[in-house]
Design a protein around this ligand. Structure first.
Ligand code: PEP
Ligand code: MG
Length: 754
């Protein structure tokens, strides 16, 4: 038996010849099994192909009875072949019949064979078949033999996936995963429904040449590509491509480690030694890695292997010259972008007239790409694990951002149902649009101010489309997060001036930089912290590094020269901090006046109430602020000590609980006492039932995602606040976990539009 590297090389050369012959697919497979058997000195070589329904069918054999071909079938998980397919692992057994999973198929005549070596045939992380060799003697196949068989399996994967086998059966194995319908559920990142075609953000690399003609040349190609890859990764980490790095910074260190890992590179070299081209070698090692990834129960390790998979893809792109991302390609009309993850700027790179949705395998609700998707008004889903392996660019796909559901290759019935849902949404939007110019007043009278939350220039048109009163929260950090370096004074001034200009006289409340926790600036070195949400962030950092805050305040005041302006400070924990922020404002005011500038007028300064300690300082704090804004995302997170980004805790504590609503009520009462306006700008305000609860406790101003203005206004116009408060007041003194069901019932009984 040939155990040198020459064995597989000769084998691959013979396979290449067979693949070039003008014969039918069945003949080709028959020849292939003969060649493998001869090369590996095996008495049996068989190919099983995965058919729809997870059934493995014997497609070709040398050594087993011919009549078993296309008759012998095993379910995934059944017998040795099914076990290999189910677990995506190879089996190397000296005495196969002793294995607990062995299943005897009488029509094959395999009872005389003892030694068994089988490997999965994989494509894109999916098992599409199984390749087996068998011998009579009880023997353990060597590691080299195993590897040779794996390499052969990879070449076979291309034959199967090339679709040639369609001559043999109408619906073929290859792409069971890629022909079937799939239904996945992820996390909703942005609402809305869209039907369209998948576009892989990082298009799959198709390898044309698997078999090397010149091994030393392939090695040189590999070395060059690896050097380029290393340089690229180092560059990413050193911040010169910081924009892209924003979302990935925590994984990049691992990626750098892999890129410089000698073990990985030597596995690639060894794969070339077996006769593969450089790109095929990358795929071969990637297949092994993926198989291991599927088997490992440790989510941390799985993540790291995922990183290695990403790196392999980058290397493949370098080797084949394939484009990096799809944003510069011709998009289909209804493009739904599918990606493992991406930064906010990358999403903005796509042609917005064709972009209908985005689905990420990772990505949480608070990720910035989610914020951008909401700003663009397209549905978005995160945590759609395994999606990339199920779709190709062009696959029909439905995204339901409301439920977090993804349908790949949906049935026509489902498509029809969703098309109806899209029309329903559109009709609803039209109804809300009709409300645009209607005042936001309660059924029983009393105005409720509705504002939008914004953070990007693209948000501003929504201010006018929605008919909102103003921008209740402008998150200034988004400009900083999307930049490649700290925005200079000029670019900050231009940005704020553009916002003020586009608001066309409607008020905008700018919030000073709220950096830290999940909001990272790639160009700003921050110390690693145990608890970043409770760490050196936001106003804490700003007061310690007043130069940043001063520059931002200067830019804001320059942009608002002579005009009304509102600025508020995030994450204030005590009165002292607010006073220190005011001092910085005074310094900047003096600085500008000295240089002959005109200050904004009136300039109103406010505090965000998002740390519970402020609840006991309101009598001291409110007298020195012009206004207050409740940041309910953080306030609720800190009240319940419950991480707002942790999906395991989502829904565990309800903002519609006596505890949270009681805190809001207290703030409203204190604000009334001190005659200071108070508003709320957390995500809460954008959900009609929640907004109803907030109005119940006395809020008369809320800020929300632009798409919520219509639904919330419809609710406001159908609400009797006095009646609601009478109903709610006793409930706030109850020990209930939540009063959500009660509020729902109130709404139903009283015809409140939700
Ligand atoms: C909040 O905490 O409610 C808030 C509006 O701020 P952010 O979501 O930006 O932390
Ligand atoms: Mg906050």
């Amino acid at each position: 038996m040939a155990t040198s590297a020459l064995g597989p090389r000769v084998l691959l050369r013979r396979l290449r010849e067979v693949m070039a012959e003008p014969v039918t697919a069945q003949k080709r497979l028959d020849k292939i099994v003969q060649i493998i058997a001869a090369n590996m000195v095996a008495e049996v070589c068989s190919i099983y192909v995965m058919r729809p329904g997870e059934v493995l069918e014997l497609y070709a054999t040398e050594g087993l009875k011919r009549e078993a071909v296309h008759h012998s079938k095993l379910k995934s998980g059944e017998g040795l072949v099914g076990t290999i397919a189910r677990q995506a692992i190879g089996l190397n057994l000296p005495d196969a019949q002793q294995h607990p999973s062995f299943k005897y198929l009488p029509e094959t005549g395999e009872e005389i064979y003892n030694a068994f070596l089988g490997v999965p045939i994989m494509r894109g992380g999916t098992v599409i078949g199984v390749l087996v060799v068998q011998n009579r003697t009880r023997r353990h196949y060597t590691e080299e033999e195993e590897e040779a068989l794996q390499t052969t399996a990879m070449v076979l994967a291309e034959v199967i996936a090339a679709g040639e086998l369609r001559e043999v059966a109408s619906e073929v194995a290859a792409d069971v995963a890629h022909v079937r319908s799939h239904h996945l559920r992820g996390d909703s990142l942005a609402e809305g429904v869209a039907l369209g075609h998948a576009v892989l953000h990082e298009p799959r690399v198709i390898i044309q040449n698997m078999i090397a003609e010149d091994v030393p040349k392939e090695k040189r190609r590999l070395e060059d590509a690896v050097a380029q890859l290393r340089a690229h990764v180092d560059e990413l980490l050193d911040g010169s491509d910081a924009q892209r790095a924003t979302e990935y910074s925590d994984v990049l260190e691992t990626v750098r480690m892999f890129a410089h890992d000698k073990g990985w590179v030597s596995r690639l070299r060894e794969a070339i030694d077996t006769g593969l081209t450089a790109e095929a070698a990358v795929e071969r090692v990637q297949n092994d890695n993926r198989a291991r990834m599927m088997r490992t129960p440790d989510p941390y390790l799985r993540d790291r292997m995922h990183d290695l998979d990403d790196l392999s893809n980058r290397l493949l792109r370098i080797l084949t010259g394939a484009i990096a991302t799809a944003s510069r390609t011709d998009l289909p009309d209804n493009a739904i972008i599918v990606s493992r993850n991406m930064g906010p700027a990358e999403l903005l790179d796509y042609d917005r007239t064709k972009l209908r949705g985005v689905i990420l395998e990772e990505g949480g609700r608070t990720s910035h790409v989610a914020i951008v998707a909401r700003a663009l008004g397209i549905p978005a889903i995160g945590q759609a694990a395994g999606l990339i392996d199920l779709v190709d660019t062009g696959s029909p796909i439905i995204i339901d951002g409301g439920t977090g559901e993804v349908f790949v290759r949906p049935s026509t019935d489902l498509q029809r149902a969703y098309a109806e849902k899209v029309r329903f949404y559109a009709r609803k939007q039209a109804q809300y649009a009709a409300l645009r110019d209607q005042p936001s007043v309660l059924k029983t009278g009393g105005r409720i101010e509705l504002n939008i939350n914004a953070g990007l220039i693209v948000d501003l048109p929504h201010l006018h489309d929605s008919g909102a009163d103003g921008v209740g929260l402008y998150r200034t950090e988004l400009q900083f997060m999307m930049a490649t370096r700290f925005p200079r004074l000029g670019s900050q001034v231009r940005h704020y001036a553009q916002i003020i200009d586009q608001a066309k006289g409607k008020p905008v409340t700018f919030r000073t930089l709220d950096i830290g926790a999940d909001k990272v600036l790639p160009y700003l070195r921050q110390p690693k912290e145990e608890n970043p949400a409770l760490g050196w962030r936001s106003i804490r950092m700003a007061l310690d590094r007043p130069a940043l805050l001063r520059l931002q305040l200067r830019a804001l005041m320059l942009a608002g020269e002579g005009k009304p302006m509102k600025i508020m400070f995030p994450m204030i924990a005590d009165v002292e901090e607010y006073k220190r922020a005011l001092e910085v404002v005074e310094i900047e005011k003096a600085h500008l006046l000295k240089r002959g500038h005109v200050l904004p007028s009136p300039l109103k300064l406010g505090v965000m109430i998002e740390i519970p300690s402020l609840l006991w300082q309101l009598d001291h704090l409110l007298p020195i602020v012009d206004f207050a804004s409740i940041g309910s995302n953080d306030l609720v997170q800190f009240l319940f000590a419950s991480d707002r980004g942790n999906p395991k805790l989502a829904g565990r504590y309800d903002p519609l609980s006596p505890a949270a609503l009681g805190a809001m009520r207290l703030i409203v009462e204190k604000a009334e006492k001190h005659k200071k306006p108070v508003t709320l700008c957390g995500e809460l305000g954008g959900r009609p039932l929640e907004a109803m609860g907030l109005i119940g406790v006395g809020l008369t101003s809320i800020s929300m995602v632009p798409s919520a203005i219509g639904p919330v206004k419809a609710m406001v116009r159908s609400l009797d606040r006095e009646k609601l408060w009478k109903f709610m007041e006793p409930l706030l003194n109850s020990p209930l976990h939540t009063i959500r069901p009660d509020l729902m019932e109130f709404a139903q009984r009283n015809g409140v539009v939700l």
